[in-house]
Design a protein around this ligand. Structure first.
Ligand SMILES: [Zn+2]
Length: 1022
């Protein structure tokens, strides 16, 4: 074959082949220059601009004005609709004809009132195929519409991708014409490209690389771009190389089409709907031509959007789901953040998602799919298993800045011991292109060589959508079994996990959380979103409990199932992995805050209706307690009621209690010292507050212990410079810790607000800078074991980080943080790189630092960022990043945190209960004066928390109750109820009754055994 020997000059041969397919050099004579044949302009092009995203039928009725290729359209976020009339020349008979469309705005082609093709230059989709082989009987004259969004695949960032969008950008149409497309040239180009890539990727060590080099060189010798009759021989030469097969032991890559679409990020939610439409209609076109093509698609919310916006497309999707090509994956409503949503929120992500997939496609997902989230809670394995899912796919830990995660295929063991088979595609990407590089990377990076001989490769443009292309499919098809490269097959996730499971004997296990060593600023950025999430989680919790109780207090009460589902779905949507982390643009923040307002206002009405159904109407006041323990708390009674002001109320567990003023055993005393220091004491705690609001002392009376470290101050506000390397809203870097500056300038020194009795409190104001201030009220209530810090910050900083510190008199190598349905420990030292990497961590309502028999807990009502280093406990309060939202976190913020010293362990000291109390205020209800206190539920063990009470999905007369073990202990607990429960059954998190697990209901209640951190759901049949 090699008629003349070539010199041993790898470089010239390789570059010769590269130039032969270059789209820059020698296109006058090389193969690339022959990709397109004749072209012909459109007959006419006209357009109309609209600021709104409108339907096709509305758009098609508008008046279109003439325009031309080269014109620009805008501004950003508007939509330009084009009407294109075209006439295919008769002489193109037998040719493949494309509409070639190149615009820098993302576009959708509409034909016969249906979306038919997504076009995006950045996503390498610029062709709409009009005919594969033009016949006389095909229509030659057509009218098409093109809907062009005035944004790119990644929005409209100014300068860099994550910069805030430029509101005045213009978007141009650079090409719009008919062309003859030479399919045979395209196929040959793919042969050449793959061979050139093999030469490059296998390098100089592998002889297989040289075989590819000489093959491709000979192909250049034989190929005459101007003579298509030379192509067959060249193609067959390539085929000989590609068909030289692997041995049996070769690694198998399971290729899956994918299109990661962020539900909102650098563009608003509404644009995402169109991104789904553009991306998925393109997938359907590819499926029509490639019956082996498998496409994995997550996020029930996006399917729901497409169902309502593009019903025709949705039917096609249902068709290909049935055929097993279009594979819904993930099982969740959106690809949520893996750290911040509460345990119940995570359950609801799966409940809403799995129920949707089952209803629309007749199947539940078997794998959790979260390739792009910033860390994964240690409770996820148990939640997955409870939702019928035992496989998990992600890859984000490949972004770790400090340590390399040691596995690609492994068992992940959660907090309670549940395990799921987990796979990180070794190519470290969810948007591969089907190239040789992707396959070689997948093979080489695999950290479980010899343990797992199968890997996933997800291909298709992602983040902003786009998805797979025909070229990617062609590439993968060429190298299905080519010696020197891994074997490639199209697979479903189910096929991959089945293979991995079948050969899992040697796999390792990773226990506990999957902590991402990056993006640790996302626990704090966009504080209003975090607050909205926490408050709305709390509100929905209370509505569901009040409504469930109302069903049995008032038999005409209708459980608001539909409305609750609507509100839950809004909350779940905002938990998307660029929204709740705060890594989105200003427009998304506005939408998210509006959704929280919708939940608050819609929820307030539901809660009022439910609470009114719990009691007889009247002029007295009662409190509704949604927590499963009795509470004794100081509450503020509203003006205009029977009483106003503060009262100490005893509230029964999950129930209603009339407000009767209970005198405190010990009232709060407040004393101002000569030096301006204020001392407050309530019989449990005694604190000394300096003029600047710092705590000189926090004394635990029962334990006879000072909490604040010697010579240190509690409640110390500190500022840090906060300039990350790139990902502004996402990242806080380790070096920020070196820039610590205490906030010391007093504007208004501490002065007494409440002088004691039921409440003592002081207030003060500090200046952070000439633009920012902190005003805080430090509150000590009678009978309350913690001190509250009700805080208002006027915040106008740039790249600064505000935190508050409590250096405490505790020595422990570990601190404890609340997570979903439990807690975990993280080190307080920096021994290893793994410890050091966790300099900023997330937690939910509390964190605790304890030594034997004494500890201090730091509680909060809407914060998620913590750090505990040595004996200093720090709560992260506010950041000020400028990208992608230049206005992030500017303005006024309100939040409350609390400090709670305790004896014994935090479990025995009821820290968990106190953190719930801080977050779930007693709700006031108007009631008749003869209202008696009553309780619907209580639990005998303090370790077990009754978290959720709701009506079962689609089952009136049945309640779901969800409990979890919160101490990390094995216990037996009895759930007591005054509701008329006839039967009880254990069910899973999707509320599926376990027919083998009836639960005995006795006059004592329902007795259950719990393992550490176990979640138990019951169906209570009335
Ligand atoms: Zn993403």
């Amino acid at each position: 074959m090699y008629h003349l020997p070539v010199l041993k000059n790898r470089r010239t041969l390789l570059e010769r082949a590269e130039k032969f397919i270059s789209d820059i050099y020698f296109t006058d004579c090389n193969l690339r220059g022959r990709l397109y044949g004749d072209s012909c302009p459109l007959e006419s092009l006209a357009c109309f601009l609209t600021p709104k995203r409108i339907t096709f039928s509305e758009a098609s009725k508008q008046i279109f004005d003439p325009c031309k290729v080269g014109d620009t359209f805008g501004p950003t976020w508007w939509t330009c609709w084009f009407k294109a009339t075209l006439k295919i020349p008769e002489s193109w008979r037998g040719k493949e004809v494309h509409l070639l469309w190149e615009s820098d705005g993302e576009a959708m082609v509409w034909r016969d009132e249906q979306p038919v093709q997504g076009l995006t230059k950045e996503g390498e989709k610029t062709s709409y195929i009009l005919s594969e082989c033009l016949q006389d009987e095909e229509p030659h004259s057509l009218t098409l519409y093109v809907e062009m969004a005035c944004n790119g695949l990644f929005g409209a960032g100014q300068g860099s991708q994550i910069a805030a969008p430029d509101p005045n950008r213009k978007f141009s149409v650079q090409r719009a014409e008919l062309v003859v497309f030479n399919r045979d040239v395209r196929e040959l180009l793919t042969d050449f490209e793959m061979l050139v890539d093999i030469v490059k990727e296998l390098g100089e060590e592998e002889q297989r690389g040289y075989q590819a080099l000489f093959t491709v060189n000979e192909m250049v010798n034989l190929c005459d771009p101007s003579d298509p009759s030379s192509f067959a021989k060249v193609h067959s030469l390539a085929g000989t190389f590609f068909n030289q097969r692997n041995g049996e032991s070769q690694h198998t890559v399971h290729a899956m089409g994918h299109c990661h679409i962020d539900s909102a990020w650098l563009w608003p939610y509404e644009e995402t709907i169109r991104k789904c439409g553009r991306s998925w209609v393109t997938v359907i076109r590819l499926m029509e031509k490639n019956p082996e093509f498998v496409f994995t698609c997550s996020q029930a919310q996006q399917f729901q959007w497409v169902k309502s916006w593009y019903p025709g497309l949705f039917s096609s999707i249902q068709h290909y789901v049935k055929k097993g090509q279009f594979i819904p994956v993930g099982g969740t409503w959106v690809e949520m953040d893996g750290n911040l949503p509460s345990g119940e929120s995570m359950v609801r992500q799966f409940l809403e998602g799995q129920r949707f997939f089952n209803k629309e496609f007749g199947r539940y997902c078997k794998e959790f799919w979260l390739p792009d989230t910033f860390g994964y809670s240690a409770q996820l394995p148990q939640i997955m298993q409870g939702c019928g899912i035992s496989n998990f796919l992600t890859q984000k830990l490949s972004w770790n800045l400090i340590n390399t995660f040691p596995h690609n295929t492994f068992f992940w063991e959660g907090l309670d011991g549940s395990t799921v088979l987990t796979h990180f595609p070794p190519g470290n990407s969810y948007e591969m292109k089907g190239k040789v590089e992707d396959l070689v990377k997948t093979l080489k990076n695999n950290k479980d060589k010899g343990r797992a001989n199968h890997s996933a490769a997800l291909f298709g443009f992602g983040d902003g959508g786009g998805g797979p292309t025909q070229l990617m499919l062609d590439r993968l098809r060429l190298v299905q079994d080519t010696n020197g490269l891994p074997k490639v097959q199209m697979s479903t996730p189910d096929e991959l996990f089945t293979r991995l499971q079948a050969d899992s004997a040697l796999l390792c296990t990773w226990a506990g959380e999957l902590f991402l060593e990056l993006h640790n600023g996302t626990y704090t950025t966009q504080a209003q979103i975090k607050r909205g999430n926490r408050q709305c989680e709390t509100l929905l919790h209370d509505i569901e409990i009040a409504s469930s109780l109302a069903l049995y207090r008032n038999n005409t009460f209708p459980y608001p199932a539909e409305k609750l589902q609507e509100l839950w779905r809004l909350l779940l949507l905002n938990q998307f992995h660029d929204v709740i982390p705060g890594s989105c643009i200003e427009m998304v923040v506005e939408d998210a805050l509006k959704y929280y307002e919708d939940i608050r206002s819609g929820g307030a009405a539901l809660l009022r209706d439910a609470c009114e159904a719990l009691v007889a109407k009247g002029s007295s006041v009662a409190v509704f307690n949604s927590l499963p323990w009795e509470r004794l708390e100081v509450v503020q009674i509203q003006e205009g009621a029977e009483k106003s002001g503060l009262v100490l109320v005893r509230a029964s567990s999950i129930g209603v209690s009339p407000v009767k003023d209970t005198p405190p055993v010990t009232p709060v005393s407040v004393t101002v010292q000569a030096d301006g220091t204020v001392v407050m004491e309530n019989g449990l705690l005694k604190t000394a507050i300096n003029r600047d609001g710092t705590l000189a002392s926090l004394y635990l009376i029962s334990g006879n212990r000072e909490s604040i470290s010697d010579g240190c101050l509690g409640n110390q506000f500190v500022m840090f410079d906060d300039v990350p390397l790139y990902w502004d809203a996402w990242d806080v870097m380790d070096y920020h810790l070196q820039t610590r500056k205490p906030v010391a300038e007093v504007v208004q020194p501490v002065h007494v607000v409440s002088s004691g009795g039921l409440r003592g409190s002081v207030s003060f104001t500090l200046r952070i800078s000439d633009k920012s201030t902190i005003t805080q009220e430090i509150i000590m209530d009678a009978m309350c074991p913690y001190i509250k810090f009700s805080t208002e910050v006027q915040w106008a900083e740039s790249h600064k980080f505000l935190k508050v510190e409590f250096p405490v008199r505790v020595r422990s190598p570990n601190a404890t943080y609340e997570i979903q349905f439990g807690h975990l420990q993280r080190p307080t030292h920096r021994n290893t790189s793994w410890d050091w990497a966790r300099f900023e961590v997330w937690g939910h309502k509390w964190a605790d630092l304890s030594e034997h028999n004494f500890g201090v807990s730091l509680l909060n009502d809407c914060k998620y960022g913590y750090s505990v280093h040595k004996n200093t406990m720090t709560l992260s309060l506010l950041r000020a990043p400028k990208a992608p939202d230049a206005t992030a976190d500017m303005g006024i913020h309100h939040f409350t945190y609390a400090i709670m010293p305790h004896t014994r362990s935090f479990q025995e000291a009821s820290v968990i209960q106190c953190a719930y109390n801080l977050n779930f205020p007693l709700r006031l209800i108007q009631c008749s004066p003869d209202t008696m206190p009553w309780s619907a539920f209580s639990v005998t063990s303090q370790a077990v928390i009754l978290e959720t009470i709701k009506q079962a999905e689609d089952r009136g007369g049945v309640l779901v109750v969800r409990l979890y073990e919160s101490h990390g202990s094995s216990v037996t607990a009895t759930l007591r109820t005054t509701l008329p429960v006839r039967e009880a059954w254990v069910c899973d998190l999707l509320e599926k009754q376990d027919p083998n697990r009836p639960v005995q209901v006795t006059s004592e209640g329902i007795t259950l055994d719990f393992k550490p951190f176990q979640i138990v759901s019951l169906l209570l049949i009335m």
